[in-house]
Design a protein around this ligand. Structure first.
Ligand SMILES: Cc1cc2nc3c(=O)[nH]c(=O)nc-3n(C[C@H](O)[C@H](O)[C@H](O)COP(=O)(O)OP(=O)(O)OC[C@H]3O[C@@H](n4cnc5c(N)ncnc54)[C@H](O)[C@@H]3O)c2cc1C
Length: 431
């Protein structure tokens, strides 16, 4: 069957669903194609869905702070009630722990510029606020099977508290909410359809072929295929001019019983030990990693071949680190949790951009840190697509995006495929 539309979105994760909603709101007819049986089954399904504002650039902080307003007023953002229920934002606050407070000035300056409330908590304040947290500094992170890992603390950690941070309780449901709103607004969803060919026809129309035999034709395509996005780019023949590349990385998040009385009602992002902990709902905690240099990264060739089960080694590494920070945490014998891939860019910053082929756009390289930005990424892509399709030369003069809630003006050049990766660019999920 042939479907025609103004735009095709490849991928119905949280990013593709948001893009579809905003393109539809912008007046385009939209078809979303996804190979999975439902929305939000890719990286999104395994996301820890932590909403935080600690990024290394103004645009990074401003985007996350803008997106918070979408999560806080989720029903209004959607403009439609999903019969499946609504994902919920939990404001818990987040404490970023580092060995010293050397980076706090720069982070604080960005927070102040964007308007993110924050406080520096020295070791004494940390101890007073979070009595169950061991404030020793054990970093830099070490392998948990090394003797050094168990060496006594060599100082104390410092914290940066952002009280408005938190998490969304069900990331797949959040994607579902966005896709349902998009559908209500007129978008069509083609689930269980795997894109196998992407060709530009004469007249600047893209033809998207699926393994199931359906075809979609549209002048605009947005690649939001998460860890599979490199393949979609290859099919479309784009990528040659990218200064920033992406590749999929396997990552695990573990679920453990919360200690009876725990400080971890907040989210802890512990760069000193290379781990993070967030409330997991009920009496559980979710424990993940911040890609400490001592742990090998698990790059994957084929995202379809990623083992979705947690492994004993990763579980022990991440949960043992968390237990060093939360001494009352017990490390269970059996691993429990999820694993998935996310697509990482060279500077752990997404690529929200056009490409060198007319009408082909990418919302990729989300680097394990863009769930939180989903509500605003759709708006960013709509602004970009509209400007470029109207003839704006985004590569020469980056499109500006005025954030509707905060009023900040962001240069979308920060997310360009052509950006130079700075020498001091982020090298972890923190972005
Ligand atoms: C373990 C883990 C923890 C994370 N924790 C956080 C966090 O705490 N906070 C945060 O902000 N972010 C976090 N992230 C990152 C965040 O979840 C991702 O950035 C986000 O979910 C990416 O969404 P997406 O829609 O781009 O990709 P995906 O959710 O992967 O969606 C891509 C979709 O494309 C479809 N697709 C791919 N190829 C094709 C094809 N050929 N044909 C048809 N369909 C196709 C797939 O089926 C999939 O549904 C985490 C990610 C992981 C994996």
């Amino acid at each position: 069957m042939l479907h025609t539309a103004d735009a095709v979105v490849v991928g119905a994760g949280v990013i593709g669903s948001s893009v579809a909603l905003e393109l539809t709101r912008g007046g385009r007819t939209v078809v979303v194609v996804d190979k999975a049986g439902d929305v939000g089954h890719g990286s999104t399904s395994a996301s820890s869905a932590i909403i935080r504002f600690n990024y290394s650039t103004f645009e990074g902080v401003a985007l996350a702070w803008e997106a918070l307003h979408g999560w806080r007023s989720w029903p209004e953002h959607l403009g439609h009630r999903d019969p499946a229920g609504l994902a919920t934002y939990h404001r818990t606050g987040l404490v970023l722990l580092t060995r010293d407070d050397a980076g706090h000035g720069r982070a604080g300056a960005l927070f102040d510029r964007v308007g993110v409330p924050w406080q520096a908590w020295g070791p004494a304040e940390l101890h007073r606020r979070l009595p169950d947290v061991d404030t020793g500094s054990f970093g830099p992170p070490k392998p948990v099977d090394s003797e050094e890992f168990f060496a006594p603390a060599s100082g104390e950690v410092h914290g940066v508290h952002t009280p408005d941070a938190g998490y969304v309780d069900d990331p797949s449901l959040a994607a579902h909410n966005l896709a349902t709103a998009a559908r209500e607004a007129g978008a069509r969803l083609l689930l269980r359809h795997r894109v196998v060919s992407v060709r530009l026809l004469p007249g600047s129309v893209w033809r998207i072929g699926t393994a199931e035999g359906d075809t979609v034709e549209a002048p605009v395509v947005v690649n939001a295929a998460g860890p599979w996005s490199g393949r979609v780019d290859e099919m479309a023949g784009v990528g040659a001019d990218f200064a920033v590349t992406t590749r999929p990385l396997r990552q695990e998040v573990h679920r453990v019983p919360a200690p009876a009385r725990t400080a971890a009602g907040v989210v802890l992002a512990d760069l000193d030990l290379g781990t993070y902990v967030r409330p997991g709902g009920g009496d559980s905690l979710l424990v993940g990693g911040t890609e400490p240099e001592c742990d090998p990264l698990e790059w994957v060739e084929d995202p379809d071949a990623v083992d979705p089960n947690p492994t004993v080694g990763r579980f022990a590494a991440q949960v043992t680190r968390a237990a060093r920070r939360l001494p009352r945490l017990r490390v269970p014998h059996r691993p429990s949790g999820v694993a998935a891939a996310y697509d990482v860019s060279d500077d752990w910053t997404p690529i929200y951009d056009r490409t060198d082929r007319p009408g082909f756009y990418v919302a990729i390289g989300t680097s394990g840190n863009q769930f939180k930005n989903a509500p605003v990424v759709g708006q960013v892509m709509e602004r970009l697509v509209s400007a470029v399709e109207d003839g704006h030369d985004h590569d020469a003069t980056p499109v500006r995006f005025v954030a509707p809630h905060t009023g900040h003006t962001l240069s979308l050049g920060a997310f360009s495929r052509l950006r130079r990766v700075a020498d001091d660019a982020p090298s972890s999920v923190m972005g």
